[in-house]
Design a protein around this ligand. Structure first.
Ligand code: TXA
Ligand code: MG
Length: 338
């Protein structure tokens, strides 16, 4: 049985007890909801993989209440890491650091590094402090689904499979943390997220971004060529390139009378797409708002039974890079128009 409870101090204390007994608790962070377990308890960590249906080759992020807990899980921390922690913790930045032997190999999928972050959310921090445990917590969704930004999303994916969901309302950032590898020079972003490349570079100088596995071919749709992840149920098409917006509108105009089309749209293009015949989910008008609503939008359009979800690229500056990464992974097809 899964409990769904508001994140009151009493319920947070209840959650801490469950974690000490090796149970699974979903809780809000500033990015997305996490599915937490005691990171130092191998069986508890194993239960995370089972509940999510996640392959054990995909390592978990360990959440800490503060830098003072770092020695529990990591060692040989480089100077650049301390600079970044000071600037961005608590916050959406995950650092890969050499792991302590006390962290079960299962948590890191056998890697010598452990991914760590301190979340900037009062409920997450209260739970970490109350329990006193480092918490392994991937996003609280079934493997392959979009990450949950509300407690209801978690309920939809994991009810009956975990002990408790703490409801702390919708998350504010809406895309996951930035995962940064400091073992290379320059440091390398493995997953763009809430802390942008520009913000990192202001502190430690140039960083590179790991490219996505396969790119769209210019001028051609590239069905099935992209690593699919974070995906809605409906077929998803991403329009990129200079004329993306026009190409998206033309596509909707051509298809809307034969298929039920959903669109994730910035406010400025929402009305035009509605008139053209799409069911529109409004993402807002700036990148912060777009990032915050992107996953909820995919889930909502799925719930409305659309056959296709269309969206355009929002550039690569600031949070645009993280949004592009998630849209590209969600899309089965990318249409580039230059
Ligand atoms: O914002 C977030 O990061 C959320 C909240 C709950 O904190 N968590 C999250 O966890 O997104 P998850 O498990 O869905 O994504 C963790 C990512 C995966 O892409 C995983 O491969 C990578 O971090 N990762 C974890 N440990 C790693 C390691 N030692 N080396 C390389 N990548 C690692
Ligand atoms: Mg995830």
């Amino acid at each position: 049985m899964t409990e769904l409870l508001p994140a009151t101090p009493e319920n947070i204390a209840h959650a801490a007890k469950i974690l000490h007994q090796g149970g699974l608790v979903a809780f809000p962070t500033e990015t997305v909801y996490g599915l937490g377990a005691n990171a130092l308890n191998e069986q508890a960590a194993r239960n995370i993989f089972t509940a999510k249906g996640r392959p054990t080759a995909d390592p978990l992020i360990v959440h800490l209440s503060g830098v003072e807990q770092l020695p529990l899980v990591a060692h040989s921390v480089p100077q650049a890491a301390y600079q970044l922690m000071q600037r961005f913790w608590p916050g959406p930045l995950t650092l890969l650091l050499p792991k302590q032997p006390t962290v079960p190999d299962l948590v890191t999928s056998g890697l010598e590094t452990v991914a760590v972050r301190v979340p900037a959310h009062p409920v997450a921090l209260a739970l970490l402090r109350q329990s006193g445990l480092p918490l392994a917590a991937p996003s609280a969704n079934r493997f392959g689904h979009t990450s949950p930004t509300t407690a209801q999303h978690v309920w939809h994916d994991l009810r009956g499979r975990i002990d408790l969901i703490l409801d702390g309302g919708p998350t504010t950032i809406g895309v996951e943390s930035t995962v940064l590898d400091l073992s290379t020079s320059p440091a390398r972003i493995l997953r763009p997220g809430g802390v942008t490349r520009e913000m990192l570079e202001a502190v430690i100088g140039p960083v590179t971004v790991l490219g996505q596995k396969r790119k769209a071919e210019p001028g051609l749709p590239s069905p099935g060529l992209l690593e699919k992840h974070y995906a809605p149920r409906a077929e998803m098409i991403l329009f990129t390139g200079e004329h993306a917006r026009q190409a998206l509108q033309t596509y909707v105009a051509e298809q809307a009378h034969t298929r039920k089309i959903g669109a994730l749209a910035a406010d400025e293009e929402a009305e035009m797409l509605e008139r053209t015949g799409a069911l529109v989910y409004r993402l807002g008008s700036d990148l912060e708002s777009i990032a915050r609503h992107i996953y909820a939008g995919m889930r909502w359009l799925d719930s409305q039974g659309v056959e296709v979800i269309v969206c355009r690229d929002f550039g690569e500056s600031g949070l645009g890079l993280a949004v592009r990464d998630r849209l590209t992974r969600a899309a089965g097809k990318v249409i580039r128009s230059t």
